[in-house]
Design a protein around this ligand. Structure first.
Ligand code: LLP
Length: 419
């Protein structure tokens, strides 16, 4: 559910016409709905209110400060995967005790920042990383709270590029080796075991992989208890899918209905790391039609947003619904909606049937709130676009459009000696 709806043939973001925002802030433009974000965070909070829990929003989905701050105000924490995301989460007011830090390649300076900030836990992905965290914690004369990310080897039944919980993926510690790694963790002086973590993939549209993976993890929790190792935090990762096209993914209530019974009688704080299901349908990308162009076999609609602004179609062949901001009665046409980038993979939609459009018309690329702006780049030296948040009849710029000066910021001329 989201709050981008047509009223009298015109697309609105909550109570504001999208065309008005495009006129005021220019295109391409990301627009987010405050109400949708709130609704999604509350859906998690309500579904899991019967047990101790933390909704650690995955910043990688969209790390804009205004969005992270809002989620924090609604009681959310953060799942971070770099020093930069940790910095952002803290700056947006997320309490350190609600921050989990994952990722396979944590560096010493990042580990130090996390230890200094006193985060909830490191989600550790390998034996060498565990030893490194112990070493750095020792140098800082502190103890590092950790969970081990265990790879349950469950097929998430999603796109192979965004599945993470299979043996062949680089993430986590193999299920069979988990106990051994926990024993090592228990021996390390500067490590404090607090949890167990799993995340099997993203854009999951079925509930069974969540249930299967959790069952496997709970077997481990019990085995650990038999070995004298108690876990207080169970982190089940993120991954709930959203509707891009005709998917019908489970919602947080459905997730709760299926997993709460498995947790009955256990003294565990549940940690979740949703990203896409919070922001995905809370954002759209608005773009303007620049040119219409025909090849002998294709109709191209060239728009002003490219793969540098929204890369998902190019790299995952992802579907995003594309529709005119103002409805027309024109007949449908099959087109490729393409951007200005000099790459053949620069498309937002391929062989897509949409109403025929004219030059200058606005198109909305739907469900673009997650992994949209956060994966955008300046490729082809295109300034990154502006972001706006709407709340009812009000709206505000939450990130300025970059300028050409922003593009060259930080670059320097070398001063080599004459040789
Ligand atoms: N926790 C961990 C450890 C993760 O690796 C991820 C996502 C999440 C949580 C959040 O997952 P979500 O709830 O958003 O599914 N760029 C891709 C998605 C990559 C997801 C990476 N990890 C895309 O655009 O589809």
């Amino acid at each position: 559910m989201h709050f981008f709806q047509f009223k009298k043939g015109e697309l609105y973001a909550e109570d504001v016409p999208v065309s008005k925002l495009a006129e005021e802030f220019g295109t391409p433009l990301y627009i987010y709905s405050h109400k949708t974000l709130e609704r999604h965070v509350k859906a998690y909070e309500t579904a899991f209110q019967s047990i101790p829990h933390v909704v650690c929003y995955a910043l990688k989905a969209n790390s804009n400060a205004a969005i992270v701050k809002l989620i924090g105000e609604l009681g959310g924490g953060a799942d971070v995967v770099s020093g930069g995301e940790l910095y952002r989460a803290l700056k947006a007011g997320i309490p350190a005790k609600k921050i989990a830090y994952a990722g396979v390649g944590k560096k010493e300076d990042e580990i130090r920042l996390a230890l200094k900030s006193k985060i909830l836990m490191f989600n550790v992905e390998s034996e060498q990383e565990l030893i490194e965290i112990d070493r750095v914690a020792g140098l800082m004369k502190t103890k590092a709270p950790i969970a081990l990310r265990v790879n349950p080897d469950v097929d998430p039944q999603t796109h192979p590029y965004i599945s993470t919980g299979l043996k062949k993926n680089k993430f986590g510690i193999p299920f069979e080796e988990a106990i051994e790694h926990y024993r090592l963790a228990a021996r390390l002086k500067n490590i404090e075991i607090v949890g167990i973590h799993k995340h099997i993939g993203s854009q999951l549209t079925k509930i069974s992989p969540f249930v299967d993976a959790l069952k496997r993890i709970l077997l481990l929790v019990d085995e650990l208890a038999e070995n004298g190792i108690t876990i207080s935090h169970l982190d089940i990762g993120g991954g709930l899918g959203i509707t891009y096209n005709d998917e019908t993914p489970p919602d947080p209530a459905m997730l709760a209905k299926n997993i709460l019974p498995l947790l009955k009688g256990r003294k565990l704080t549940l940690v979740m790391e949703p990203g896409r299901s919070i922001v995905g349908n809370a954002g759209i990308l608005v773009t303007k039609v620049l040119y219409l162009k025909k090849s002998p076999v294709k109709n191209f609609v060239v728009v002003d947003a490219g793969m540098n602004d929204l890369v998902r179609p190019s790299i995952y062949d992802a579907y995003h619904h594309v529709q005119p901001v103002v409805k027309s009665r024109r007949k449908n046409m099959v087109v490729d909606v393409v951007g200005p980038i000099c790459e053949s993979t620069d498309f937002l939609a391929k062989d897509r049937e949409i109403p025929a459009v004219n030059q200058g018309e606005l198109l909305a690329v739907m469900s673009a709130g997650a992994y949209g702006f956060s994966m955008s780049s300046q490729y082809n030296s295109r300034p990154r676009v502006a972001e706006v948040m709407v709340k009812g009849p009000e709206y505000a710029l939450i990130r300025k459009r970059e300028t050409y000066a922003d593009i060259t910021r930080g670059e320097m001329m070398p001063e080599f000696k004459k040789q």
